[in-house]
Write a protein that binds this ligand. Structure first.
Ligand code: GDG
Length: 723
């Protein structure tokens, strides 16, 4: 078993140096640390872009050969692909949307087409490498289509996906023209992880509404595979930051910085250049603080590290200019001979210097307008070994859910930032230490190691569950076994459901007319005198008679309220409809207030159909209707049944189960086969003896012995076994 981690970038960068030789630089991000610490004994492989362009196949080969020694598998991309897939669809469409910067979203067909193309390239590389027992873990929004693409060619492989940025609410996500493809793409995974429960909730609601599927809390049944969603808040390598100050080189840096900054209090902020990080809000908050608190002038400075990122994208370049200007204005206005209010660094720092700054800073100021998690906040806390300090943290960062001993602010309120800086500066050291220790305890337990282990362990457990589901399907051996029994027996009973079984389930029931293949097969079965063939359906008598009246089979309409045997229709119940005006009015009222739902009146059953209703509204109305009907139906002794996108109100005297009982009593059958897709068919399965072949179509059932993956497999199955 191998673990494949698939991310946009490999944790290594290939480059040509001045002498035109290939050079490789490792980058040890949080993800690499998390993966390295997986407790399970598994061979790890990475798939991703190596960070360089090359047109030469020879060079590609050279790079691949070098990287493969470390189990790194490169996906080579052209500069156009990076422009349109990475800077384009990923960073100019998905990124602003997921961070609620709605007006920044760019819609370009070229972006989307390249995004699909690059995801396909990743899929191809992956499929060439993986075996059936391997685990695949896809990382982040650049590869949202990948889980489905892999699943399409490797049905049973175990796939996880983690979304590192926020998942927006449905109302926002729906604006994307490609929303359905993206959600479908993610649902190719067995486990979809987010940093917080809120993102998870948003994803579930978007998937339900866009794809018309229904989750049971954290899981959804898709084609005999259950996909799960869960929250895994990502942590950091706590020990690395906590122990850093013990390294002499870090201590030296701290001492040197002390010299530079004198006795000033130091506020620190660290981010990649991004509009989601609230950098301008932070500067305004700090400026307002020094304006309104002159007593702190010359006593506190803000050290702001901005790591260059995506600055070839116009919007980022514009942000950079604005930051430069704002800092210029603040420093121009408030600087003195002895004091610079804002120290600004537009470059990355080596780890030792960054951690020294974390350790030294009196305040960590983290003010994103939206942030999936924000690891800087956690790193700042971890670097404070026996050292006081206050974290000011935006409530819009995923980390705010865990770090409630920070000073939590809303970055859109500049006054809150100003006040929090004041509170932090005035906070007694004892209280600082108390809050710090509590948060350190929490982040040391929830490290990045735990994050990676939790995710992979859950993914493995899900794969085992999904494997279990798959083994219940009918394989070739089972088909032969049924066929052998068929041949060896003389009195056979077939109980066949119609909609979703003999015919595909249609949103408009009148469109589900029998195909010529259905007729051919029914006639084939009926032509053997040893067979008794019954279509047992919820449909009304007239429809069944119209479709099948001319074939020598039996029929049971409206769940057995009436049935046709040897060419004669027999009523099981009186002609009178069992419901009254009150019930009719209730259902009618629900039709009126639920767009796209409808009522169907059969002889003995009243049906409320909601197949075409928005999923969220449908589940609300279904529950409300169920409750509204309970008392009136109890008064009349009626049964309320939840079916496939319907609620039925009917007499409890006849069900598909009672019909099965009746059929069983008509002869001494030595071969029974029942097949159906709905919960009502489970009533049939329940009544049959244990040696009957009971087959559920489309999903797994606790009652049926076998399952078929889809309706399209039903007719071929019946054909084979009756040969
Ligand atoms: C995305 C999501 C989510 C920064 N400057 C320097 C430096 N860094 C390192 C930090 C930290 C990382 O970069 C930044 O991580 P964040 O989590 O703060 O933010 P994003 O880059 O936007 O990450 C985010 C994350 O994915 C994980 O899921 O938390 O919400 O947007 O580790 O230390 N490292 C060094 N020098 C620097 O100057 N050495």
């Amino acid at each position: 078993m191998k673990l494949f981690i698939i991310a946009n970038r490999l944790p290594i960068k290939a480059n040509r140096n001045e002498n035109n030789e290939l050079e490789f630089t490792r980058s040890e991000g949080g993800l690499t640390t998390g993966m390295d610490s997986l407790s399970m004994n598994v061979e790890k492989h990475w798939i991703g872009w190596p960070g360089t362009y090359t047109e030469s196949e020879v060079e590609e080969k050279l790079i691949s050969q070098h990287l493969e020694k470390f189990n790194f598998h490169p996906v080579f991309l052209s500069s156009d692909q990076i422009l349109n897939y990475y800077e384009g669809y990923s960073n100019s469409t998905l990124w602003p949307l997921c961070h609620y910067f709605y007006t920044y979203v760019e819609y370009e067909n070229l972006y989307w087409n390249t995004y699909k193309q690059v995801n396909e390239l990743f899929a191809k590389t992956t499929l060439d490498l993986i075996g059936p027992d391997d685990i695949i873990w896809v990382q982040d929004y650049q590869l949202m289509l990948l889980p489905r693409m892999i699943r399409n060619s490797a049905e049973n492989v175990s796939i996880g996906y983690f979304h590192h940025i926020p998942f927006p609410s449905y109302e926002l996500f729906r604006v994307l023209p490609e929303r359905a493809e993206l959600l479908e793409g993610l649902l190719g995974a067995d486990l979809i992880g987010f940093h917080t429960h809120d993102y998870m909730r948003h994803f579930v609601s978007a998937a339900e509404r866009v794809l018309d599927i229904r989750f049971r809390f954290d899981q959804v049944l898709l084609n005999n595979r259950i996909a799960y969603v869960d929250a895994f808040p990502m942590g950091i390598n706590f020990d690395l930051y906590f122990n850093a100050i013990n390294q002499p080189v870090v201590q030296e840096k701290v001492d040197a910085m002390r010299e530079t900054y004198g006795k000033h209090k130091l506020i620190l902020s660290v981010d990649r250049l991004d509009y989601s990080k609230g950098i301008l809000h932070r500067l305004r908050g700090f400026a307002q603080f020094i304006e309104n608190h002159p007593e702190y002038r010359e006593k506190v400075s803000l050290a702001m590290i901005v790591v260059p990122s995506r600055d070839s994208v116009d919007r980022y370049a514009a942000l950079k200019t604005k930051i430069d200007e704002t800092i210029g204005t603040i420093n121009g206005k408030y600087s003195t001979i002895n004091w610079t209010p804002v120290y600004y660094f537009y470059h990355g720092f080596p780890f030792e210097e960054l951690v020294a700054l974390y350790h030294m800073a009196d305040i960590g100021l983290v003010t994103p307008l939206r942030d999936g998690m924000n690891l800087v906040a956690k790193e700042y806390l971890a670097a404070k070994r026996n050292k006081a300090g206050v974290l000011i943290l935006s409530e819009m960062a995923g980390a705010a859910i865990e770090l409630n001993d920070a000073l939590i602010i809303n970055p859109n309120n500049i006054e809150e930032i100003e006040n929090a800086i004041y509170t932090a500066l005035e906070m007694p050291e004892e209280e600082q230490m108390r809050r710090m220790r509590k948060m350190q305890q929490s982040i040391s337990r929830k490290s990045v190691n735990k994050w990676a282990n939790d995710f992979v362990n859950e993914l493995k457990a899900i794969s085992i569950k999904n494997e279990g589901l798959n083994t219940e399907r009918i394989d070739h051996q089972t088909k032969l076994k049924i066929q052998a029994e068929y041949r060896a027996t003389k009195k056979r009973l077939f109980i066949l459901d119609y909609d979703g079984t003999l015919a595909p389930f249609k949103s408009k029931p009148e469109e589900a007319i029998p195909s010529s293949e259905t007729y051919r097969l029914l006639k084939k079965l009926a032509s053997d005198p040893k067979n008794k063939v019954v279509i047992s359906s919820g449909r009304d008598r007239d429809t069944l008679e119209e479709w099948f009246g001319n074939i020598a089979i039996d029929l049971a309409a409206e769940h057995g309220a009436c049935y046709k045997e040897k060419g004669v229709w027999i009523d099981n119940v009186s002609d009178e409809v069992p419901w009254d005006n009150e019930i009719m009015e209730i259902v009618q009222n629900f039709v009126d207030k639920t767009p796209r739902s409808k009522i169907e009146e059969k002889n003995t059953t009243l049906v409320w159909h909601y197949r075409n209703v928005d999923t969220w509204l449908a589940s609300l109305r279904e529950q409300q209707l169920f409750e509204a009907l309970m008392i009136p139906c109890a008064r009349l002794g009626l049964q309320i049944m939840r079916g496939n996108k319907i609620i039925e109100i009917k007499s409890p005297l006849h069900t598909k189960g009672s019909e099965a009982r009746r059929l069983m009593a008509t002869d001494d059958f030595d071969f029974i086969l029942a097949i159906g897709d709905d919960t009502t068919d489970e009533d049939t399965f329940r009544e049959l003896p244990s040696n009957a072949f009971t087959i559920k179509v489309g999903s797994i059932s606790e009652v049926a012995h076998y399952s078929l993956k889809s309706q399209s497999k039903v007719l071929p199955l019946l054909d084979i076994i009756s040969d």
